[in-house]
Design a protein around this ligand. Sequence first.
Ligand SMILES: [Cu+2]
Length: 237
Amino acid sequence: MKFYASLVLATGMAVAAQTGSAADITGTVTLNGTPPAEKPITPLKDDPTCGKFHSEMPTTHFYVVGPNKELADVVVLLKGVTGKSTGASAPAVELDQKGCLYEPQIMAIQTSQKLIVKNSDPVLHNVHVTPTVAGNSEQNQAQMAGAPDLTMTFATPENFMRFKCDVHPWMFAWVTVVDSPYFAVTGKDGTFKITNVPPGKYTLTALHRKAAPTGMDKEIEVKEGETTKQDFALEVK
Ligand SMILES: [Cu+2]
């Protein structure tokens, strides 16, 4: 009985130590300057099939900016942290094709994490992945209406790996592959939260396809059990 009690105590302490050591990184990304007007996707609106899915003229979404300059679609990650992926056991994530557009257009996954590519449209799409980093292979697969989901994984970190559709030349998505679970993508409020980061010094990078395609770096230190706050102010390019 005594032995059992001490085991429970030991386990409890181990859990407490674990939750106490790792910490979160949070912040907000804002955009300075006025972004250029988004471009109308006229070929989509004019397409006899896909055009029907859009009552208004669809546009690009290069800069998704909130009322207080909050910037969405920014991938924030710990630069150079590799070999820490938990992707093989992490839940799968989805990339959909809807209204002849990829949804979402910006996302991030871990290496070895399953990416499920869906076709929610009653039309044929052709999913064409064009990696630029050795280790990630090009993929080119037709996906009929109602066809089963495609499942993909990527082995190597890559920023903004491009997905295109060979049937609809306006369809793009950019998927960033990270070799750790330490990343987040900002939502419409511009905020991000990276959780359970082991204490240490890191370079935190904010990547935006237009404003910071190669990333804006900030040197940070994560301290045990203490939330690290780091904002980014990107500039229109
Ligand atoms: Cu398509």
